[in-house]
Design a protein around this ligand. Structure first.
Ligand code: ZN
Ligand code: ZN
Length: 358
């Protein structure tokens, strides 16, 4: 039994390490590409060989700025904490026992209806049968747009997809950074290709002896071309999804509402407002990897709803905004969040942490 546990722990550890391989690969490409571009192209080829000092300096500065923005967006996508449902969405032990004891789905739904009502949880997305969406693995009611990620083993807020290249879920908290990562990656590739093109043409046409330096620049050009295609496809797809206020998951499965109604435009507020939801209000921050997305991850304005001015509050250690249109309902949720023992005694609180619940 002991060795079995040990083996399982070892396997889990191994899987966790293996999942970082794509990130290590991308990071290595970033480091090598920076060296090849700045040293081999800007310094060695342009500055020393061609004596084009101004061009070398200009290329270098633009490259460094783009690279810094790209790396910052990439790092924030990876390390931004994944958004899990707030504690009030999780069933306490009493509720779990009651659900376990229920004989059929309709009884379970009745219990969950009662739970949602008592907690004042504002959920509008439903199952195909019109019932509230709940996760058996996490023992929680799923907030709107949240889905269970089998890789993370948790329900994730505004779940988009689990991306192996960032080794995390693309979700409510890192979606802006993810789009910036794709955008700056694509821009870097195009910039790298455009400024490296002349050298690569010379390499094939005139250079009689291919040096290591020119071979590296050739590889850099090829890599930029390959990455630019895949980054462009993803980048423009996500710009399209943002314009429609749709996650990748929702583009395959539209949100379901009460009475089994399916509405793929439920969260669509119009292109301008949809973009503002992700990139925030102030234009000068749209292009910076700073947290500017609106909302708190559980409640989303729906089509046709008038938006009121946002109010800041602290939750999960991150400053969020709440729309005062939801203020009344939300202040109730906040009270519950601050007062964890509303549903039971304090000793049960740890039990709610979703990983332990099956
Ligand atoms: Zn779940
Ligand atoms: Zn995930």
């Amino acid at each position: 039994m002991g060795s079995c546990d040990c083996m399982r722990e070892f396997c889990c550890c191994l899987v966790r390490v293996v999942r970082w391989i794509p990130v290590v690969f991308v990071s290595s490409v970033i480091v090598w590409a920076s060296y090849a571009y700045l040293f081999e192209l800007c310094f060695f080829h342009l500055y020393v060989e061609k004596d084009a000092k101004v061009r070398a300096g200009l290329y270098g500065i633009v490259f460094i700025i783009l690279m810094l923005l790209f790396v910052a967006s990439y790092a924030r996508t990876i390390f931004m904490p994944v958004g899990f449902p707030p504690r009030k969405f999780y069933f306490t032990r009493e509720w779990q026992d009651e659900i376990k004891a229920s004989r059929d789905e309709s009884t379970t739904q009745m219990i969950i209806n009662r739970f949602v009502h008592l907690q004042g949880i504002p959920v509008r997305n439903r199952n195909y049968d019109g019932g509230y969406r709940y996760c058996v693995k996490c023992s929680c009611v799923k907030p709107d747009r949240a889905h269970h990620c089998s890789v993370c083993g948790q329900c994730v807020l505004k779940f988009d997809h689990h991306c192996p290249w960032v080794n995390t879920c693309v979700n409510f908290y890192n979606y802006k950074f993810f789009i910036l990562f794709l955008g700056y990656g694509f821009t870097l590739c195009i910039f790298g290709m455009a400024t490296n093109l002349e050298t690569v043409i010379n390499f094939f046409e005139y250079t009689p002896h291919k040096t290591i330096s020119s071979i590296q620049l050739g590889i850099l050009f090829l890599l930029s071309a390959v990455f630019s295609i895949s980054l462009a496809a993803l980048f423009f797809y996500h710009l399209y999804l943002t314009a429609r206020n749709r996650t990748t998951f929702e583009s395959f499965r539209s949100p379901m509402l009460e009475n089994g109604r399916e509405d793929k435009h439920f969260f669509n507020l119009g292109v301008r407002r949809n973009y503002r939801e992700i990139f925030g209000e102030s234009p000068w921050q749209w292009f910076l990897p700073t947290w500017t997305s609106l909302g708190e991850g559980c409640i989303y304005p729906e089509r046709g709803q008038r938006e009121a001015c946002p109010v800041s509050w602290e939750g999960n250690g991150i400053t969020f905004h709440e729309r005062s249109a939801f203020g009344e309902r939300y202040s109730l949720l906040r009270t519950v969040d601050e007062d964890d023992d509303l549903l039971g005694d304090d000793s049960d609180v740890e039990v709610f942490s979703a990983t332990e619940l099956v």
